[in-house]
Design a protein around this ligand. Structure first.
Ligand code: NAP
Length: 280
């Protein structure tokens, strides 16, 4: 009788194919944490999460973790090869354009499949008063010109663009203490999200905020301030995302799981076709 089993079913039972596949998750986001939590429970996968090390006390993903830059594209390639990585998942922040383009280049160079997760950008809704700007420098110029009391919530890496602002007053919120000099008229609060709508609304009211500067990060972790701004009619200077040249990308964690399954099935099917396996 003809064997009707799919390559996937065969592979599950074929002892020669019972090896784990190594998955590298480029992380730093809530989605990356969810992926690591879920995938590290699977016995057919060996999962390593990579963090840039941007915050002093990062939330550590489940499973194996490495922290720090790879040292550029060539070193990322070396890492992928020496660690036998089979699949890379780029679940980095939408503003982390450099590591995403490095991942694209490296994976293409060594023909390793890359699954990029790109959460959708926020879109203005009725009641939103957004001024889109392309860079942090243009956001700083505009905020200083327009703003009376500005809530600056962009993380600490890009704060140096605002160092020279002198007219507006800034309430700056970051997770860790910034290293860049702060605008002369400012106050710093150190706090880690996610933040609830109620607390954002209260803070914006109490501080009499007139403008917000935000990255268009998308997702839910930092969207309360955008919702609160909509309710209170506060203008948002919205820094648009940097462009990343991607061959393809997926918008949700579930889409990433599906694509991963597809790749694993394809990978195992190709192994079933390999001369070594056919000889067994
Ligand atoms: P980036 O500009 O894309 O990356 C700069 C360098 O950091 C990369 O070239 C790489 O160093 C290293 N790197 C970044 N992500 C890495 C990862 N997951 N694993 C290992 N190395 C990584 O990103 P960024 O400088 O971290 O951040 C740019 C923007 O993204 C900022 O606005 C920041 O607030 C935002 N953001 C970043 C993260 C994050 O986890 N990175 C999280 C939230 C928000 P090598 O070239 O040496 O490999």
């Amino acid at each position: 009788m003809k064997n009707e089993e799919s390559p996937f079913t065969q592979s599950a039972t074929h002892p020669a194919l019972q090896r784990t596949h190594r998955v590298l998750i480029l992380g730093g986001t809530g989605e990356a944490l969810r992926l690591a939590e879920h995938l590290s429970q699977r016995s057919d996968l060996a999962v390593v999460s990579s963090l840039a090390g941007r915050v002093d006390q990062p939330t550590i993903p489940a499973g194996e973790v490495r922290i720090g830059g790879f040292g550029g594209v060539a070193s990322l390639i070396e890492y992928l090869v020496t660690h036998g990585v089979d699949i890379v998942i780029d679940a980095t922040h939408p503003f982390a354009a450099k590591i995403s383009s490095h991942a694209e280049l490296a994976c293409r160079r060594v023909s390793i499949p890359l699954i990029a997760l790109e959460r959708p950008a926020w879109r203005p809704q009725q009641g939103d008063r957004w001024v889109p700007v392309p860079t942090f420098e243009s956001a700083a110029l505009l905020a200083d010109q327009l703003g009376n009391r500005v809530f600056l919530s962009i993380g600490r890496q890009e704060l140096d663009a605002f160092s020279e602002c002198s007219k507006a007053w800034f309430l700056i919120r970051t997770i860790d203490k910034p290293t860049a000099p702060l605008p002369q008229r400012s106050r710093l609060i150190l706090s880690r999200g996610p933040f609830q709508l109620g607390e954002e609304r209260l803070m914006l009211r109490q501080e009499a905020i007139t403008h917000i500067v935000s990255k268009n990060s998308g997702g839910t972790a930092t969207q309360s301030k955008i919702e609160a701004a909509r309710e209170l009619g506060i203008e948002v200077i919205m820094v648009e995302r940097p462009a990343v040249a991607r061959s393809n990308s997926y918008t949700t964690v579930d889409h990433v799981y599906s694509r991963l399954e597809q790749l694993l099935r394809g990978h195992m099917a190709s192994q079933l076709d390999s001369p070594e396996i056919k000889r067994l």
